[in-house]
Design a protein around this ligand. Sequence first.
Ligand code: HEC
Ligand code: HEC
Length: 303
Amino acid sequence: MKKHRIGLAAVAFAVALPVLASAQAAQGFAPEAAPDVLKPAVKAADEALATLKARMTARLMQELQAGGPLRAVNVCRDEAPAIAAEISRTSGVVVGRTSHRLRNAGNQPPAWAQAAVAATAGRKAADVAPVAFALGDRVGVLRPIAMAGPCARCHGGAGEVNPETAAAIRAAYPQDQATGFAEGDLRGFAWAEARVGAALAATSTAAGPVGDPLLAKGKALFAEANPRCIMCHTVEGKGNPASVLDGVGLRLDRAEIVKWLRDPKAQAQRLGKTRKPAMVPYPEFEDAEIEALAAYIASLPKP
Ligand code: HEC
Ligand code: HEC
C-alpha cells in the first residue's frame, strides 16, 4: 500500500477522561503508563481519536441545530465512515467506535478489545478506565465513551427518542441495540490501532494461511482496509448483515469486484445501487493489491 492502516469509519464523540483503574487494566496497561518504546504509538492513537471526536462532534451538533435529530441520524450514517477514513488516511492510525450494545453491527470491537468491552458492559463510564494493549507491531488503545445530554435524542430511553427519529433509526439499523442508555452510562468505546516504530510491513503475518499466495495477500489487505469492509458487509459471517459478501463470487467475477473496489461511485451509479452509507474508494491500494483483495473476496464460500 502507498499508505498503510488508515482509519475506520465511526468515531469518538465523547471520550471520557481516564478515571479509575479497573480489572481489565490488568491485562492491558494504562495509556499514560506506556513503556517508552510504545509511547509515540500511544500518542499517535490518542491524537487520531481526538481529531475524530472533534470532527464528528462538530458535524453532529451542526446538524442537530440545523435540522434536528432526523438529519443528524443521516450524518452519522452517511458521513461518519468518510470522515474517519479521511482522517485515518492522513494519520495512518486505524480508528473506530464500538460498544457492548451496537447500533451498527459493523462496529464490532477488534479482537484485542473484545474481552475488555464485554467485561465492562453495563457500567458507568466514570468507573471504566482507558486501557492500552501491546499488539506486537502495533498498539491498541481503548477509551470509554460516556452518554451525555444530546446523545439521548438517539440513544436514550423510550420517551427521549422522538418517533420520527426512532423510525429512521429502525429503518437504517433493524438490529439496533443502542437505545435505553442514561446520562453517565458507558455508551461504548473509541478504539485506535497505531503502528509501533517502523514495523509497517507485518501485514502478511496478520493473515492466516490460505494456500494460494494471492488469497493470503488479499486476506491481509482485507484486514488493513479502512474503513473496514465489515462496517457495511458481512465477511466470513461477521459484520453488517445488510450486504453479505460470503458467496458473492458465485454472482460476480473478479473483474466486477475490482470495479467496486476501484470506483465504487461509478459502479453504484451504473447498477443503480443506492444503499447508504455508499461504498468508499480505497485509493491507497495499488492495482496488484486491488486484484488480490478481489481474489480473496471472490473466494469467500457461501454460508
Ligand atoms: C442524531 C442521532 C445520534 C446522536 C445524537 C448520537 N448518536 Fe451515536 N450513533 C448514531 C448512529 C446512526 C450510529 C451508527 C453510526 C455508525 O455506523 O457508527 C451511532 C453510533 C454510535 C456509536 C458506535 C457504536 C454503535 O452502537 O454502533 C457510539 C459509541 C455512539 N454512537 C455514541 C454516541 C454518543 C456518546 C453520543 C452523544 C455525544 C451520540 N452517539 C449521539 C446516532 C446518534
Ligand atoms: C461505507 C460502507 C461500505 C464499505 C466500508 C464497503 N462497502 Fe462494499 N458496498 C457498499 C454498498 C452500499 C454497496 C452497493 C451494493 C449494496 O447495496 O450492497 C457495496 C457493494 C460492494 C460489492 C458488490 C456487492 C454485490 O452484492 O453486488 C462488493 C464486492 C463490495 N462492496 C466489496 C467491498 C469490500 C471488499 C470492502 C472493503 C475493502 C467494501 N466493500 C467496503 C458499501 C460499503
